[in-house]
Each structure stands twice: as C-alpha cells, then as structure tokens.
Design a binder for this molecule. Structure first.
Ligand code: 13P
Length: 249
C-alpha cells in the first residue's frame, strides 16, 4: 500500500527562534504510525531542524536544490550538501520556483535526476494555472509537466518520487480545488503513470494535493481514493493546524 504523507512547506518563513518554537510544539504531538510527516524549512534552518527532530518520526526536507554537484553557482545548494547534513528529501518544481525563479521543465528534469543520483527522495510539484483550467486545458498541462520532467525516468526511480499536484490558483488564495476536482485530477495522474509505466508504479506512487489545505477541509480532500495526503503551506506554520491535518485521514 502506498504511503500517506503530510508535508509542511514552510516557504520563506521561520527564523532560528520560530523554528525552535514550532518544532518543539510539533514534538509534543503523537504522530500516527500510518502517516509520514515531513517539514521543509529554509536552507538556513535545515541543520537546526534535523537536530531538534532527532528521535522524532518527523522528517526534514529541503525546498529546492541545484542540479549541479558543485562549482560556480553563487547562492545554490547541492544534493551532496543536503545529504551531508542528513537531509534525504527535496521539494522540486514548486510553482513559486517556476513562476518567480523561471525554473522550466527542462531544468527540473535535471534537478530530479541529480537528486535521484544522490539517492534522495523527491517531492515533485506541478499543477495548472487558472487560465489553463478556464480553457479546460488542465489535464493537458499537467500531462506535459509530468512527461517533460519525469517520464524518461527508469521504472525503479519511481520508488523515490512523491508527486504533489498543486493547482496554482489554489495556492495561498484560500480557494481549494473541490474534493471532486482533486480526486479527478489525481486519478488522471495515476492513469498517465499507468500508461507510461505499469500497474505497480501507478499503485505505489503517493500523490499529494496542495493548495489551501486547512484543518476544516483536509478530511474531505484526503478522502479521495487517489489523494494520498497533502503538501501544506500556510497551515503548516501553526502546530495545531498542521497536526489536525496530519490526523485528517
Ligand atoms: P498554501 O497551503 O498556503 O495554499 O500553500 C500550498 C503550497 O504551496 C504548498 O507547497
């Protein structure tokens, strides 16, 4: 059975003190055995978070990574550097990276390969914009994003891939995809993987939903047969809200 996952993408929030406060609060909650819980702090707080979560089942992920192993890339961080501090998971392809930092499918395909070459797990984000949905192009847009970045991976690489469908119009807007819209898209995604690979890859890959998931809507969204959890932005900054979502399956 595939993993149920709730991951908190802190984005550019939580300095040293706020990180300690939030993680100490998260540690007071019992984590259900069946759910993999992750938090993704800023690069500067990764080591601190690893230390604070030592002995906890909450895992630490990075929010981004360079495709290059080392060299003249000012401001970048490599897979080897992340692994060196024990970070084994990385979020790639977030819509904010695509929109604000011009990351393309081609660039993301390179980053995914670099992460996998370092045996890291990848939370790969993708999703359509509002105009795409209005034009009823959302299924095609998502298919293209997956094809361009992931569909030339070997079958075995998919053990390390977690998908996160995040419709751009639902991120930070308070507007979520309806549970039906989320399930419909997740089923479409699983079917694309089935057609490209095989039933076991399609069955085993966890597909998370992201975009204004809150304690009051998580249960309904997670009830979709193909929705295996969530990638949480705003609500992951509050321990009580985040843990309510962790317990929403
Ligand atoms: P919000 O939950 O704040 O909408 O953010 C979603 C997101 O972008 C997670 O990566």
């Amino acid at each position: 059975m595939r993993d149920q996952i709730v991951a908190g993408n802190w984005k550019m929030n939580n300095d040293q003190i706020q990180t300690e406060t939030l993680l100490e609060r998260l540690k007071t909650y019992e984590i259900p055995n069946k759910v993999r819980v992750m938090v993704a702090p800023s690069f500067t707080q990764l080591s601190q978070s690893k230390q604070l979560l030592n002995g906890s089942s909450i895992k630490v992920a990075a929010q981004n990574m360079s495709a290059a192993p080392s060299g003249a890339y000012t401001g970048e961080v490599s897979a080897g550097m992340l692994k060196g501090i024990g970070v084994q998971i990385v979020i790639l392809g977030h819509s904010e990276r695509r929109a604000l930092f011009h990351e393309t499918d081609v660039h993301l395909a390179e980053k995914v390969k670099a992460a996998l070459a370092s045996d890291m797990e990848v939370i790969f984000c993708f999703g359509e914009e509002l105009e795409d949905r209005k034009a009823k192009a959302h299924f095609d847009v998502v298919e293209k994003q997956l094809k361009n970045a992931l569909f030339d991976l070997e079958t075995s690489a998919w053990k390390k891939i977690i998908l996160a469908y995040e419709p751009v119009w639902a991120i930070g807007t308070g507007e979520t995809a309806s549970p039906q819209q989320a399930q419909e898209m997740h089923a479409h995604i699983r079917n694309l993987i089935l057609n490209q690979y095989n039933p076991s890859v399609a069955d085993e890959v966890s597909i998370l939903y992201g975009g204004s998931v809150k304690p009051n809507n998580a249960k309904e969204i997670f009830s979709g047969a193909d929705v295996d959890g969530g990638l949480i932005g705003g609500a992951s900054l509050d321990a009580e809200d985040f843990m309510a979502i962790v317990n929403a399956f």
